[in-house]
Design a protein around this ligand. Structure first.
Ligand SMILES: NC(=O)C1=CN([C@@H]2O[C@H](COP(=O)(O)OP(=O)(O)OC[C@H]3O[C@@H](n4cnc5c(N)ncnc54)[C@H](OP(=O)(O)O)[C@@H]3O)[C@@H](O)[C@H]2O)C=CC1
Ligand SMILES: CC(=O)C(=O)O
Ligand SMILES: [Mg+2]
Length: 610
């Protein structure tokens, strides 16, 4: 090709003097062709960029000498600098933006600081700040952090999945943005939720970032404010429903299985309840799916209840439960409690449901409302006269446990909390709605209105409260305790279906990790500081349950299982320890044991250091 031809071969009348565009113009470049980055490109690649941590040798071998200032900072020093900078911001959203920028710049450093400062940073990358980030996602949008599948992609979803640079995906978190936390329909801007949840899969569970895929399905939004917002990043149309919606979701689920196989875990997140239950029901027999809002939340609350029995006494069956909110979270939790009581007492679940009552926006769910109830509320329509509001429901039902899953803040009023305190020596109160603005009450309100009697946990974090000279530490009843460990257990065991027994196993494993030291502080969940170890234990229990139920598909596991079940379980646990970033001695020790046993780890650990 003559030089002039070459220069002029680029379209749009712009001369390509440097040949930069010729490749894309003249030949098809598939985005899944990989090359090893070096030089300037390496510094722009968040997966391999090490900031100022490149050694002298690396600076030469990777062609980055001179592209960086001369100083070499260890990862620890970079962490110190970043945490110092983050702490200068007063506005949580600014911290969120700074952290997202870091994730885009230096992924390993992002995870290191998240892992090592989990209690401080969880409220930033997760609830409550992620809620505000989603509300303003269009304005703060920088780079795509996940895959957007809109109605425009109908008929080509498989091709869209193939555009994602990673081929080996283990977990997908998908939302359609219709019920983002308790903030309602945020359409395409719900993307912040799958991104946040998956960053916890890595930081809290140890799943490789490259194996995680955040997806937002955009079928429009009914949020007028967003539709009129010039910075809105989604489709500007009302939500598609019915056949159009179902077909897009069907194509998506089909493409996911075709592209990633049967063992990819799909976590449904923040769908509105009119779709959530149906999707879960439809795909739970053909895919490895679970709904975090229905099942993950149920599992974390059940764990809190099991642990709290040490403080409030009795067995689960001795208690009476009242919910404010009868949607995904409310009925999901209610059902898992009923299943656990049934498991413990051998009573049929139809019987054990009778100690569980729910209030929705129309009042107590009772049998006279049966005809007009959505299907997921029907099992909870017990015989009782109608009760219009929560306070009267508390007085009528006399619950020992009050659980808020309404998505509406300030609904546990002083009168409600006082009524709970007058009925119980130690009322157990969960205000689970997120973000903080939607919490049914604050920790301070729960402790002061109950005169220090309440045992309290909330969906979004609250600081400790001092009441009459005593410090009360509220727990965080959030599904973040469950989904990273549950997901890890499912992935590592090669599970192909999620079953209720696995959720129960996860709850029991979490509850077992609450120690006397925690109880002494009034806590019914262990602190998040130990979450990687907690997740590893949950994962081990879930995996064991998966094997027990035979709900897995893994040729290698199967051979090992046949050879020696115990050896395999030990190997599995050692893998978890490796992945949890424990001390090098334990890692070295576990490798030695594995060598002795002639078994191999099935997944490599997340590298925390360079
Ligand atoms: N802590 C955690 O880990 C989790 C917390 N959540 C939080 O729980 C909340 C609810 O989520 P989800 O269950 O999925 O939502 P849903 O929309 O499925 O359910 C909400 C329920 O609350 C009821 N409700 C709404 N307003 C009132 C009111 N003023 N009085 C009484 N009941 C009311 C609704 O009644 P009706 O049916 O009549 O409309 C519905 O039954 C959200 O804020 C979410 O962030 C969710 C998952 C996990
Ligand atoms: C925590 C969570 O999943 C929710 O609030 O929706
Ligand atoms: Mg959710």
């Amino acid at each position: 090709m003559a030089t002039d031809d070459f220069v002029n071969s680029v379209g749009g009348g712009v001369k390509d003097h440097y040949g930069e565009d010729s490749a894309t113009e003249d030949q098809l470049i598939t985005p899944w062709n990989f090359s090893v980055a070096s030089g300037h490109t390496l510094l722009r690649d968040p997966r391999y960029n090490k900031g100022l941590a490149f050694t002298e040798k690396e600076r030469d071998s990777h062609y980055v000498r001179g592209l960086l200032p001369p100083a070499i900072f260890t990862q620890e020093l970079q962490e110190k600098r970043l945490m110092h900078n983050l702490r200068q911001y007063d506005v949580p959203l600014h911290k969120y933006i700074a952290l997202m920028d870091l994730q885009e710049r230096n992924e390993r450093l992002f995870y290191k600081i998240l892992i090592e400062n989990v209690e401080e940073l969880l409220p930033v990358v997760y609830t409550p700040t992620v809620g505000e980030a989603c509300q303003k996602y269009g304005s703060i949008y920088r780079r795509p952090q996940g895959l957007y599948i809109s109605l425009k992609e109908k008929g080509k979803i498989l091709e869209v999945l193939k555009n994602w640079p990673e081929k080996t995906i283990q977990v997908i978190v998908v939302t359609d943005g219709e019920r983002i936390l308790g903030l309602g329909d945020l359409g395409c801007q719900g993307m912040g939720i799958p991104v946040g949840k998956l960053s916890l899969y890595t930081a809290l569970g140890g799943v490789r970032p490259s194996a995680c895929l955040p997806i937002t399905i955009d079928v429009g939004t009914n949020n007028e404010k967003l539709l009129n917002d010039e910075f809105y990043i989604g489709l500007r149309q009302k939500r598609a429903t019915g056949k159009e919606y179902a077909e897009l979701l069907e194509e998506f689920m089909h493409a996911v299985k075709q592209n990633y196989g049967e063992k990819v875990l799909v976590q449904f997140e923040d769908f509105a309840n009119h779709n959530a239950f149906e999707l879960l029901d439809k795909y739970s027999s053909s895919h490895l799916v679970f709904n975090d809002d229905i099942q993950g939340t149920a599992s974390v609350v059940l764990a809190g209840l099991l642990a709290s029995l040490k403080l409030i006494g009795g067995t689960l069956a001795d208690h009476t439960f009242l919910f404010l909110g009868a949607g995904e979270a409310g009925t999901g939790i209610a059902e898992l409690i009923a299943l656990e009581i049934s498991k413990q007492t051998k009573a049929p679940v139809e019987e054990t449901r009778k100690k569980i009552w729910l209030v929705d926006s129309k009042g107590l769910i009772v049998s006279s409302r049966q005809q007009s109830l959505q299907h997921f509320k029907k099992p909870w329509a017990h015989e009782h006269e109608p009760v219009k509001d929560l306070l009267n429901a508390v007085k009528a039902i006399k619950p020992t446990v009050l659980i808020g899953t309404s998505g509406v803040g300030k609904t546990f009023t002083k009168e409600v909390v006082e009524a709970m305190a007058s009925l119980n020596k130690k009322p157990l109160i969960f205000a689970l709605s997120n973000p903080t603005s939607q919490s049914e009450c604050t920790a301070e309100e729960a402790y002061t209105w109950s005169k220090g009697k309440a045992i309290f946990a909330s969906g979004s974090p609250f600081d400790p409260v001092e009441y009459e000279g005593k410090v009360f530490v509220p727990g965080q009843g959030n599904n973040a305790y469950i989904f990273p460990g549950l997901g890890l257990g499912l992935i590592m065991s090669g599970a192909i279906r999620v079953r209720d027994e696995m959720l129960l196993a996860a709850s029991e494993a979490l509850a077992a990790q609450v120690s006397q030291e925690h109880y002494d502080k009034g806590l019914i969940y262990p602190p998040f500081t130990n979450i990687r170890k907690i997740s590893a234990n949950i994962a081990a229990s879930v995996a064991a349950k998966t094997y027990e139920l035979g709900e897995f598909h893994c040729e290698m596991c199967f051979v090992q299982l046949k050879q020696n079940f115990l050896v395999f379980v030990l190997n599995f646990f050692l893998c978890l320890v490796d992945r949890s970033g424990f001390s090098s001695t334990s890692t070295k020790g576990s490798r030695q044991i594995r060598r002795k046993l002639h078994v191999q780890p099935r997944l490599s650990k997340l590298p925390l250091r360079f």
